[in-house]
Design a protein around this ligand. Sequence first.
Ligand code: GDP
Ligand code: MG
Length: 671
Amino acid sequence: MSILFALAGNQNSGKTTLFNRLTGSNQHVGNFPGVTVEKKEGRLLLRKDAFVVDLPGIYSLSPYTAEEVVTRDFIVKEHPDAIINIVDATNIERNLYLSLQLMELEIPMVIALNMMDEVRASGNSIKVKALSEALGVPIVPISAGKNEGIHELVTVAVKIATEKQKPKRQDFCTGEIHKAIHSIAHIIEDHAAAAGYPVRFASTKMVEGDEPMQKELKLHDNELRLIAHITREMEEQLHTDREAALADMRYQFIENVCASCVIKKGESLEQLRSEKIDRILTHKYFGIPIFLGIMLLIFLLTFSVIGAPLQSLFEAGIDAATGWFSRWLERMDVNPALHSLLIDGVCTGVGSVLSFLPLIVLLFFFLSILEDSGYMARVAFVMDKLLRKIGLSGRSFVPMLIGFGCSVPAIMATRTLSSERDRKMTILLTPFMSCSAKLPIYGMITAAFFEKQAGIVMFSIYILGMLVAVLSGLLLKKTVFKGNPVPFVMELPAYRFPAAKSVLIHMWEKGKDFIRKAFTIIFLSTIVIWFLQSFGWNFQMVENSADSILASIGNLLAPLFIPLGFSDWKISTALITGFTAKESVVSTLTILTGAAEDASLYSALQSLFTPLSALSFLAFTILYMPCVAAFAASKQELGSLKSALLTAAYQTGAAYVVALLIYQIGRLFIG
Ligand code: GDP
Ligand code: MG
């Protein structure tokens, strides 16, 4: 018999850190609420027959967000043997709010009281034994970050799971609420049992007016009327509404317990320091300029100062390897067509993409430092006011930020948004945040046309993406997505020194994804492109690729791009292959120009584009529809193919218009 644990807790309470400690895996840890979206499962290091599931961070079991639904469904429907409820000891009052609700589920539970190192450092203390008695569940003080108390936690968790030791108390209610909960419990008892919910949990939810629960219980009309009557009576007696009444009850209880169990010497050092830093970084006027300044610095470092020399080195390595491989093939006397496929197709194509690895790893080095330190959560806070102007809340900043890495997880991260309206709008706008797969395209074009101004051009490209997102937001707010964004509540985590391990993991993950993609999708598409550009419709190899199958396909679309300033079939073909993965644009162009080394690639590009049309091409590639993986993700999250197609059409349309404006207006000046 194996044991299944559910790991539940507030966002940013250290859940993933604990999960990694328990299972020895390397999930991404971020000092940033809303990082874990899907549940992840792992096997315990200390008990090979036990498994633990890392659930998304939540504040309550009321289904306000998709994550809360995931967590609730998992705990109620999958019947874990025990819940490990992780509680951030530096924020104990707010964290216990969830604990009280988890206890109602009648599942064995242990509280892992995390961040005890910080509590100690600030001179505070917590009477763990008294707290545990008051709550009726075992509590183990731990520090997931410092690897303290993990052994004890596992021991206790296994014990309560095998002995099926349920929480001793569930009744935290008093007076009118007590009356309401217990009366409703009698009414719904058999329905709750039939639907598989603990009766206490179900009746609290009915008091709260939880609609999904109401549906699942399949109550009769007269029972519903009775319940409505009971709750109305309660509201009248207490002079508040039902949700507030329950929240008050829970906080009242928590306050009393904490008053006797938590000894506060003062604010923690971390908090004091954070407040001081925040006075500058979240300043009313300087907040946004500081953020832009930091981003500009990061771009300059990534693309010019550190990145450029690293990339040249890396490129030299790839070129040497390709040259060596080519000579070896010659010595082996392989068929010239095969030689061409392997060298001009695969090595050139995959190599052109792979050479951007240092830039990507470097960019994520900086971004994960910003994220881990807690700064990005501040930026979300600072951005809230701006995002509100375009009809979104600061919450949408999280997915958008992830969008700079890859649109797929970014689109999935919109599950943290509680309103459908905010979600759809964010899914539409997120791909405008330029993802890392597009970076090789910018790198290639800037190197060929704007070598001196690489950092600035890169920065402007990213800004252009955001600008289009802002304008689209304004437009959509007035048309398709009327209404208001939800209010923004996100707690600001304390500033922490980023853990080297976490930053390294993040870089490694990004690097690995990138390499994997280069050797799968890009690899395959280079082979296909090589075939299509080497053969004509009669399946004879062609002398000149302009007579190839690929050229005739590219020529079909090429006229569309004449107003944008680039009409060569090679470019339209590259844009089509970009749909499989954005890096393909680079590998395709490299193969099609037949350029073996940088210098000849750049001169080939210079004959395809003018500097102005290169800019319009860049604008088009940032904005046009995302790759097939992101498209699939948005179909899944939007729930319909039609919405996903409309979204992609909007994005491509926006790309076309912006590129057109850049080229046509630019021509007026340049002549
Ligand atoms: P999650 O959002 O609940 O999954 O939380 P994470 O595991 O991503 O951790 C949030 C932040 O808290 C990260 O910056 C961690 O490094 C930090 N953290 C986690 N556990 C501890 C701990 O025991 N002590 C301290 N000081 N920091 C911790
Ligand atoms: Mg997490």
